[in-house]
Design a protein around this ligand. Structure first.
Ligand code: ATP
Ligand code: MG
Length: 328
């Protein structure tokens, strides 16, 4: 029914996930849409208790929620996040990478978004050892998945008056990336969006030199993985980067960082990435104003403080959360 509250699954996980996810949830509750929150366990701690890193009830919760907010998992990360991403049937991994005023960034001009194909490419898993000392990998690229990711990227760009760059290596991988590029170009014809394409190796260099030239970068799976980490290095600080795993019916939002075992339990983790992930969650569910309010409050707090130690300040997660809440 249209007026049922949206169901939000909250999965803090391990390490600083248990600190930043509750902080992000406070922000989500403060901006107010009437959400129904359900919390569940995943990761190392629950595996130690029950033998399972991703209990079936947690997987089902994510598979049935409208959106999931996830923190991080430690050694069990692959056993948790990969099945969770498929539980929400996500086909796109969306990673905005931007520099914030007040935060030391190697390149303060950086403000772009990676839209990464999330289901195939070399990560489809067809690896084998065909003889001792000889291994192979099959790369899967389909027209259907290429079309889906390209359409998502162009729609995303159209809504934001942005341009698109299609990353590929079609000069070498002519059949697979050739299909990816050709499919993305034909999707581009449906949109009034400026676009170009770039060889992923040259793109890596240009991203370092002139990140301001790029808005939305649509990438095959592996290229998106590498290029988005590279760009993350341009803005300084893992504590700032949110991400979304987007499907048609549901989606999962998570900070890019992991469990940060070196600071976990000290109450000093930077909650910005988790909070910015909730801004993406709000926008995914159609609460654009609320999402923008969260983004502005986090941006103002990064600019004028208080700041957590990773950004050179001495604020706790609590101080930083209170500052964001007071600006909402
Ligand atoms: P994992 O295996 O869970 O990814 P990791 O040791 O790789 O753990 P990350 O969480 O990836 O740790 O973080 C890498 C570094 O960045 C750590 O030094 C961590 O303290 C720092 N860091 C990451 N996220 C944050 C945050 N939100 N606030 C402060 N520092 C952070
Ligand atoms: Mg890590």
């Amino acid at each position: 029914m249209a007026d049922d509250p949206e169901r939000i699954a909250v999965i803090p996980g391990d390490g600083i996930g248990r600190e930043v996810v509750p902080a992000a949830r406070e922000v989500l509750e403060a901006v107010g849409p009437d959400f129904e929150f359900t919390e569940a366990d995943a990761g190392d701690a629950v595996k130690e208790e029950t033998g399972e890193a991703l209990p079936e009830e947690t997987r089902e919760l994510a598979a049935n929620a409208d959106a999931t907010l996830f923190g991080a998992a430690g050694d069990t990360a692959a056993d948790v996040i990969l099945p969770l991403r498929s539980a929400v049937e996500s086909f796109a991994n969306v990673r905005p990478v931007r520099a914030y005023p007040g935060v030391d960034a190697p390149n303060p001009e950086t403000d772009l978004v990676f839209v990464r194909e999330n289901t195939e490419g070399v990560y489809a898993g067809h690896e084998s050892e065909i003889a001792p000392g000889v291994t192979t990998l099959t790369r899967v690229v389909t027209e259907a998945a290429s079309e889906e990711i390209a359409r998502y990227g162009f729609e995303y760009a159209a809504e934001r008056d942005a341009r698109v760059t299609i990353a590929h290596k079609a000069n070498v991988m002519r059949t697979t990336d050739g299909l990816f590029l050709e499919t993305a170009r034909s999707v581009a014809e449906e949109f009034d969006v400026a676009y170009d394409d770039a060889l992923m190796d040259a793109l890596a260099m240009h991203l370092v030199q002139r990140p301001e030239d790029y808005d939305v970068v649509v990438c095959p799976n592996l290229a998106g993985d590498v290029l988005s980490d590279l760009a993350a290095g341009l803005v300084g600080g893992l504590g700032l980067l949110p991400s979304a795993n987007v499907g048609d019916e549901r989606a999962l939002f998570e900070p890019v960082h992991g469990t940060a075992p070196d600071i976990a339990g000290e109450g000093v983790a930077n909650p910005s990435a988790a909070m910015l992930s909730t801004a993406m969650l709000l926008e995914y569910l159609g609460y654009d104003d609320a999402g923008q309010r969260v983004r502005s409050a986090v941006t103002e707090t990064l600019a004028s403080g208080p700041r957590t130690p990773d950004l050179g300040g001495d604020a706790t997660t609590r101080d930083s959360t209170d500052a964001v809440l007071s600006r909402l």
